[in-house]
Write a protein that binds this ligand. Structure first.
Ligand code: MSP
Length: 530
């Protein structure tokens, strides 16, 4: 088993509509984790993509007068563009209308069928197209799905998956791997669903209808062309399709599904936890395919306190937010980095959060512009102006050594938070370190040292902070990749020395190391009054 392979996936997004903040959030969180693991030295694979089948997509296409395939091509392209805009480092982008995926989903079906987990019967019950989910009578709230989606009564011939046979096996899984579902608070919800309430109710898990006949936009059921596969069975298979399934000898599947200990990790929104933490492991157990390592369910954003919905017209469009940021003078990359930072910093991952431009502005100005940005600007300009752009490093005072010790501990502290998916806390460690640096600078007042011709002391302060900034910028890369890279470019740090393992004294900026001319890295979000 290798500890150094890491596979992370975002959900694949429905193409019934254009991307919004929810999609951006899940994707950015995966990207930050993927980048962080790469910095740690892991061999990482990050997958995202689009979920293109099902009744919801078919209906949307028809209502726009397009064929489903045309419609999918158009909207899927928008998700791909968003991935580029947000600077996602995904290694693959899968579409469920691709042949490689259809082949994989059908093979998964065949295996389940061969092993006796599928039977034909009639489905009679409620279905919510918006959720692409079946609901029991007992789950309805005022005649609607618990999510608020409208439900329709369906009666049709259908194949079923023997989910009921997996009740005990799933419970045994959650017990054996207590962090299979994260955050821990979300596990209760899953347990309650699988147990059929608080206490164990044998047979509480009903068999799952896994094929539909009333529409045709889906992966055909092998050997039964009039049925299409239930969109969730189809969609969940994407995680292995992208690794080469059904070829289980594919190097990708070997490396990123089998030979990995901390992954696969599926990051999902809380609304789709059941599919990932119940149905998916049950399908995999049934097919005798190894299980993922973790399903992490994040919370939902509201907009200025209000639930986001199309009917309220308050859907947050990432492109509009980036444009808003550019109105403050941010360039494209700075805008993207600020957006990434705010989403992961503002709310503990797993909690719901409220998106407000006011909080956005306060957060960025306080932590990035004033704290880290100012520190870099004032110290690096002094190095540049006073020493011919060179670090002059003679000796360190004890308190400088203390600060550098903190700098070298940063990767371990941040890793500890990242291992818990505590993005906000990971950032907090970095921000706190920058605060300590600012305090050091304020106490030492290198500008006074300069005035008083105490150059040796001044250089000690400047080199300490330049070195601290090197460590800080390396650690900050996953969150704000472009700005951190610019900071490392200013510091003239070699491109191949930007991993966490270089955050130690052996790679310190040495005396005579030349830096580049400092430029403002973190623009303040304020309306300029001229
Ligand atoms: N196609 C399925 C996933 C299949 S995975 C095998 C799907 N797609 S989706 O496009 O509807 O969901 C996208 C993701 O966006 C989900 O993780 C969902 O939780 C997330 N969000 C949608 N609205 C959101 C917010 N308002 N806030 C945060 N995330 C939200 O479900």
């Amino acid at each position: 088993m290798s500890y150094k392979n890491f596979y992370i996936t975002s959900p694949i997004y429905y193409v019934n509509d254009v991307p919004h903040i929810g999609h951006a959030y899940t994707s950015i969180s995966c990207d930050v984790m993927a980048r962080f693991k790469r910095l740690e030295g892991f061999d990482v694979r990050f997958l995202t993509g689009t979920d293109e089948h099902g009744q919801k997509v078919e209906k949307s296409a028809i209502s726009r007068g397009k064929t489903p395939q045309q419609f999918c091509d158009e909207i899927s392209a928008k998700f791909r563009e968003l991935a580029q805009t947000l600077n996602l480092s995904n290694d693959d982008f899968i579409r469920t209308t691709e042949e490689r995926h259809k082949k994989s989903a059908q093979e998964l079906w065949r295996i389940l069928e061969k092993k006796g987990w599928i039977y034909k019967s009639v489905y009679e019950g409620w279905y919510a197209v918006r959720d692409e989910a079946f609901y029991g009578e007992d789950e309805l709230v005022n005649g609607k799905a618990p999510t608020g989606a409208d439900v329709e009564w369906h009666k049709e011939e259908s194949y079923f998956f023997k989910l009921s046979a997996f009740q005990d096996k799933l419970l045994a899984l959650y017990e054996a791997v207590p962090d299979f579902v994260q955050p821990a608070s979300k596990l209760n919800e899953v347990l309650s669903f699988v147990r059929g309430g608080k206490d164990y109710v044998k047979g509480a898990l009903r068999d799952l209808s896994i094929s539909r006949t009333s529409f045709g936009w889906g992966v055909k059921v092998p050997g039964e062309e009039s049925h299409v596969m239930y969109v969730w069975l189809d969609a969940l298979a994407n995680y292995i399709s992208a690794l080469g399934f059904p070829n289980t000898q594919d190097p990708l599947i070997q490396k990123f599904w089998c030979d990995t200990t901390d992954s696969p990790v599926h990051v999902v929104g809380k609304d789709i936890l059941r599919f990932h933490a119940v149905y998916w492991p049950a399908f995999l157990m049934a097919a005798q395919i190894p299980l993922p390592n973790k399903v992490f369910a994040h919370g939902w954003w509201t907009n200025e306190g209000q639930k986001i919905s199309k009917s309220l017209g308050n859907v947050i469009d990432p492109h509009a937010e980036l444009e808003w940021l550019r109105s403050f003078g941010c360039d494209e990359s700075q805008a993207v980095d600020y957006f990434r930072y705010f989403l992961l910093r503002e709310v503990p991952f797993g909690n719901d959060g409220d998106y407000s431009r006011k909080n956005f502005t306060t957060r960025i100005n306080a932590e990035l512009a004033n704290n880290i940005g100012n520190l870099a600007q004032r110290i690096l300009s002094m190095v540049y102006k006073n020493n011919d752009g060179k670090i002059v490093n003679i000796s360190y005072y004890d308190d400088a050594k203390e600060l550098l010790e903190k700098a070298y501990k940063l990767p371990a502290e941040v890793t500890c938070e990242m291992n818990k998916f505590a993005f906000d806390e990971a950032i907090e460690k970095i921000v706190n370190f920058a605060r300590a640096c600012n305090l050091f600078v304020d106490q030492k007042a290198p500008w006074t040292m300069k005035k008083e011709h105490r150059y040796e002391e001044m250089n000690m302060v400047l080199s300490t902070i330049a070195e601290s900034l090197r460590c800080l910028a390396i650690t900050l890369q996953p969150f704000v990749p472009t700005i951190s890279a610019r900071m490392l470019d200013l510091l003239n740090v070699e491109k191949n020395q930007r991993d966490l393992k270089f955050v130690n004294g052996d790679f310190t900026l040495r005396s005579g190391h030349k830096i580049n001319e400092p430029k403002g890295l973190f623009p303040r979000l304020e309306t300029k009054t001229t």
